[in-house]
Design a protein around this ligand. Structure first.
Ligand code: PRP
Ligand code: HPA
Length: 177
């Protein structure tokens, strides 16, 4: 387990001052360049989900980098994947929530028929910073009366307090900074 986490850590790069001065940006894309690293991420998420939950009905992924990991995990678990997207990208009836980011504001949107009341869902993204994005996703899912079991991220930026913002919903992160 520790070896696997070290291996993933070694695939994450930090770029200072991106996208603006003072932000030490964590770049997760090298994980996708290495098929072993990507498989290891999905292995660790799968192990965690199988050992923590009796039933999960859907994986919900966030636009855009939650889409890199969510469908792979959903396939492994033999369940479906649904997207939450930035506003204006999804056809048909939708509902939306405005949220704040580390360096902007945005609006998250979900198709109204994506989940049904009572479905047990896990929300996945690449990274937890201030928690605004995952908070918006959980809010949308609760409006649709889904049961949010928890959130999964590859990277958690601890100093930004995202996990406090999401309480009582729990976040499981593989790597913390
Ligand atoms: C980034 C990241 C998370 C979010 C984390 O996405 O992928 O979704 O910010 O920040 P938060 O915890 O402060 O909300 P971004 O909105 O930059 O979009 P992208 O995935 O399309 O690049
Ligand atoms: N890396 C990637 N995405 C992000 C970050 C980061 O450091 N902060 C907010 N979104």
């Amino acid at each position: 387990m520790a070896e696997k986490l070290d291996f993933i850590s070694s695939s994450i790069r930090t770029f200072q001052d991106f996208p603006k001065k003072g932000v030490p940006f964590k770049d997760i894309f090298p994980i996708l360049k290495d098929p072993k690293a990507l498989a290891t991420v999905i292995d660790l998420f799968e192990e965690y989900v199988r050992s923590s939950y009796v039933q999960v009905d859907l994986i919900v992924g966030l636009d855009a980098r939650g889409f890199l990991f969510g469908p792979l995990l959903a396939q492994r678990l033999g369940i479906g994947f649904i997207p939450i997207r930035k506003k204006g990208k999804l056809p048909g009836p939708t509902l939306s929530v405005v949220y704040s980011l580390e360096y902007a504001t945005a609006e998250a949107e979900m198709q109204q028929d994506a989940v049904t009341a009572g479905q047990k869902v896990l929300v996945i993204d690449d990274l937890l910073a201030t928690g605004g994005t995952l908070w918006a996703a959980c809010e949308l899912l609760r409006q649709q009366k889904a049961e949010v079991l928890g959130c999964l991220v590859v990277v958690e930026l601890k100093d930004l307090g995202g996990s406090d913002k999401l309480k009582p919903t729990t976040v499981h992160s593989l790597i913390q900074y």
